[in-house]
Design a protein around this ligand. Structure first.
Ligand code: SF4
Length: 694
């Protein structure tokens, strides 16, 4: 409910939901937030917003907010409210005791893509310099870690190539495994505007998303792939382009490593990669796939936008490289209207990865084994940095069950709900001697916690987020932190209590340190952000105002690298016992695990997760629209309400993951990307049966 009365003050800040990063005016009256209105000068949104962002302030002051620290000795006991001093002293003492008993590597931390750059930077610094190991990971592990690996390997930088506005120059747009009108609505509107102006559209998705058939737009080609066959599809596209002489050889010879191209061409020309050879695997008729390949290669500027339907597979990293191959093959890089563009789900996925939240990389995507890079940080921090990569999130869970990993500091991430195979996560979290959760609400993970440190919402802090187009935007404090401290201050207090000194007076000082240590952020400062509004990195001496288009003169790695992308089918197959393939996605009004949007006006429009099932599959099982159905996989089972719909293909079912009770991740498996361990959320073999109401 929007409260009555005109606002008497406002701050310009950035939406804390998706990777579009819209600018907003957060308006207050008598010190209380009363409204959020899209900021006309916001460079990511140009005055537009979606229904998530407009109501985002609702959760910040929700009655469920926890504003006092809490402690308990075991998870069976009730919480005991304590003051900050006791909470921090207790946490620091327990972490040190556990390290003394079980070793330096027995503890670690998880950062969140919902937190600011400065907060995630401090958590990885606390782990590396305070804990003395590299056991730090981020929730990007479970969404876009394959993007980091794939784009760095092929192009040299772990980031999207374009500004959002670039889509206005595209002649053909290929959307792969993304649903921008629901998950990135403001960018989705820009994309639709370009389509109405005449750009062609290829949609690659097992489900018939809104872009396939209206309202207002219709895809020129829809490829409803069988889940798990992305790489076979991308290779077949490349096969057509190469064998029909549609490749941009001038671009390849000038901008790419020719030995890698020659090796890759021998692989891709093979008839085994042809649309005819993979038609049975992908479920796509060869003629349709050939039409898509010709359209992408010949229609002019070709831009690819992709989402978690690309990355959350056992071959997520391979598929990202296959997409980069397609862009290099057709010369679609280095100018407006083209490129390879990951659509990031959360507000600061790009930033949390930039800030060194991975166990193998320091800020700026530099490997911890590089002694010259470590020396930079060791000089700044005054302590040694370990040269061996630490544990990834799934490795932390395995090590916890094995008794080698005993304590976890988890800031802003609900691993119990968002990570796959809930039973495995449950066992890991129960095995910990100490779980410290820092969050706004008592989330699912807090059920296993021994210490709860109240978090601060985006309206209660200063900092920056980096969106999907590498745009660093200011987050400005609108109201005072309800629990007394901003999240970065809590991390700093914990570091100091553990004996590692941190003395920042303001997040701008953290950004200054990031700029000193990170070449792509060298020219970034709060003063410049105030002056320019936002900045797209790289921002340094060569590009003092930032870089809207990457790889303009040359690839960041020098020459583009064609990786051989062999299709390896996922081990997750449909069988007689589990005959359907479940895939997952988002809807317009809810965001991720729903902890925020379920506490806003958005719950008016979507109150539960449902299972979409094709009429043929529904009829075979005696399921009618609105019935309750049980969903069983090799990992577990859950119950959802059925929606009978031709949006999904026969043999495929689909659900969202915004509500904890239904828990789609109870059924998702431990399968993960071969390079990064990103979970294979998008393919789970299941059986669906009609049940009585749960
Ligand atoms: Fe913009 Fe995304 Fe926020 Fe919507 S959820 S207002 S598209 S940043």
């Amino acid at each position: 409910v929007i409260r009555q009365g005109q606002p008497d003050a406002f701050q310009v800040t950035t939406c804390a939901y998706c990777g579009v990063g819209c600018g907003f005016r957060a308006e207050t009256r008598d010190g209380e937030v009363v409204r959020m209105t899209p900021w006309k000068e916001g460079q990511a949104n140009e005055g537009h917003a979606c229904i998530k962002g407009r109501f985002a302030w609702g959760y910040a002051t929700h009655a469920d907010r926890i504003t006092r620290p809490m402690i308990r000795n075991s998870i069976d006991q009730p919480w005991r409210e304590v003051d900050w001093d006791e909470a921090i002293t207790y946490t620091a003492r327990r972490l040190r005791e556990i390290q003394a008993e079980h070793g330096v590597d027995s503890v670690g931390g998880i950062t969140s893509s919902r937190c600011t750059n400065e907060e995630t930077y401090l958590v990885q610094k606390l782990v590396r310099a305070g804990f003395g190991n590299n056991n730090v990971d981020t929730c990007a592990r479970v969404c876009h870690s394959p993007t980091g690996y794939g784009l760095k390997t092929t192009l040299g930088e772990s980031a999207g190539t374009q500004a959002f506005r670039s889509v206005a120059q595209a002649d053909v747009i290929m959307v792969i495994g993304a649903n921008p009108t629901d998950a990135h609505p403001v960018f989705g509107s820009r994309l639709k505007r370009r389509l109405r102006e005449g750009a062609k559209l290829i949609v690659v998705d097992p489900r018939s998303i809104d872009l396939v058939a209206g309202p207002h737009v219709r895809a020129d080609v829809h490829l409803p792939l069988r889940p798990g066959t992305n790489v076979a599809f991308a290779n077949a596209m490349a096969h057509v382009i190469v064998t029909e002489g549609l490749a941009d050889m001038a671009f390849i010879e000038q901008r790419c490593e020719m030995p890698s191209f020659v090796r890759w061409r021998a692989f891709i020309e093979d008839q085994a990669q042809s649309p005819e050879a993979v038609a049975d695997v992908t479920g796509i008729e060869a003629d349709t796939l050939r039409a898509a390949a010709r359209l992408y290669a010949t229609a002019g500027n070709g831009a690819i936008y992709y989402g978690l339907g690309v990355s959350e597979h056992s071959q997520g990293s391979t598929m990202v490289m296959a997409i980069a191959n397609l862009a290099m093959l057709t010369g679609n890089l280095g100018r407006e209207g083209v490129g390879v563009n990951p659509l990031r789900g959360q507000n600061n996925v790009q930033g949390s990865c930039d800030m060194g939240s991975f166990p193998h990389e320091l800020p700026g995507y530099r490997h911890v084994s590089d002694a010259s890079v470590r020396a930079l940080f060791e000089t700044e921090w005054g302590v040694p940095v370990q040269p061996e990569p630490g544990l990834r999130i799934p490795n932390m869970f395995d090590a916890a069950i094995a008794g080698r990993f005993r304590a976890l500091y988890c800031q802003g991430e609900d691993v119990a709900q968002s990570d796959p195979n809930t039973h495995h996560v449950d066992a890991a979290l129960r095995a910990l001697d100490l779980l410290v959760v820092q969050d706004l609400f008592l989330n699912e993970t807090a059920r296993y916690a021994h210490v709860f440190l109240p978090g601060s919402s985006f309206l209660e802090k200063n900092g920056t987020y980096t969106n999907a187009e590498r745009r660093i935007s200011p987050v400005r404090k609108v109201i005072e932190p309800l629990a007394g401290y901003e999240d970065w201050e809590v991390t700093q207090m914990l570091a100091n209590a553990m004996g590692f000194a941190m003395n920042y007076a303001h997040p701008s000082e953290i950004m200054d340190e990031i700029a000193r240590l990170t070449p792509t952020f060298q020219g970034v400062s709060y003063d410049k952000l105030d002056h320019l509004g936002s900045i797209q990195w790289p921002c340094n001496e060569a590009a003092p105002a930032g870089t809207p288009t990457m790889h303009a003169e040359a690839m960041v790695r020098g020459k583009g690298f064609f990786a051989v992308t062999e299709f390896v089918p996922t081990g997750e197959r449909s069988t007689r016992r589990f005959p359907l393939l479940l895939t997952t996605g988002r809807i317009l009004s809810q965001y991720n695990v729903g902890a925020q949007t379920r506490r806003t006006e958005n719950s008016r429009w979507h109150g539960e997760d449902v299972l979409e099932i094709h009429p043929h599959d529904a009829e075979f099982r005696g399921v009618r629209d609105g019935d309750w159905v049980g969903i069983e996989s090799r990992a577990g089972d859950t119950v959802l309400r059925a929606v009978v719909s031709e949006r999904v293909q026969p043999g495929v079912v689909y659900t969202t993951f915004h509500f904890p009770l239904t828990g789609a991740n109870v059924v998702t498996t431990d399968n993960s990307d071969w390079a990064t361990n990103c979970p294979e959320y998008k393919v789970t073999a299941v059986q669906v049966t009609r049940v009585t109401q749960p």
